[in-house]
Design a protein around this ligand. Sequence first.
Ligand code: ADP
Ligand code: ADP
Length: 233
Amino acid sequence: MALLEAKNITFHYPDQPRKAIDNISFQIEQGEFIVLCGPSGSGKSTLLRLLKREIAPHGKWTGDLFFQNQAISHFSSEQLAQSIGMVFQDPENQIVMDQVMEELVFGLENIGTPTDEMRKKVAEMIHFFGLENLLHKRTHELSGGQKQLLNLASVLLMEPQVLLLDEPTAQLDPIAAKDFIGMLHRMNEEFGITVIIAEHRLEELFALADRVLVLEQGKKKHDGSPRKIIREI
Ligand code: ADP
Ligand code: ADP
């Protein structure tokens, strides 16, 4: 059984001359590390946001999206948060709380996690990410790279099986970007979490990726191993 399946997905923003996503299909298996690439405007963000139901949750798009054979359109928002996590390009965009610790517990509190369990999970995540020395800080005091790591840790606490990332390092300096990608790689290896990342820093990612999906004008142009894609493009 595929973890995620898209069948003939098509999406057209109102008033736009062409489709942003044009009849795309794919299957994604548990544990895959996938890089989504293609020129600006090729539909990467739109595709990720459709998978997470961030746009057009009830219609406008056609086709079918399944998570473990269940239609994503029927998921409750809680079910969705615990299946598919997302990190966006702008580190600011996602942070909602004033204190780092509040930010980490926010999602778990929302789904009613018992306090003991929440403490344990948060402590493990702080250790995994090495966030100990940020705990006394306020979120707005963090650097862009620290904010993105906090976003990643907060999303991961929901224990999603898939993580979607929309150019998460675009606003980071090269060292912070490398740290962030290194952390993603560890999460994929150690937790088996499935990663789909839209990125421009392709060299670093091609070395880690199992598979590359290339979009062009809303269509799936290539789909295969990094080695195969490098031969084709
Ligand atoms: P990418 O992430 O590859 O840069 P996008 O998914 O952002 O591509 O954009 C795909 C197409 O959809 C582009 O033509 C873009 O202009 C258009 N588009 C993206 N977001 C919107 C929006 N909110 N409203 C209208 N058109 C949009
Ligand atoms: P990226 O290439 O990083 O995906 P874009 O520059 O395409 O980002 O888009 C940035 C933001 O502007 C997104 O929120 C997108 O939805 C919106 N956007 C992009 N193109 C359009 C458009 N033609 N009309 C309205 N909003 C758009």
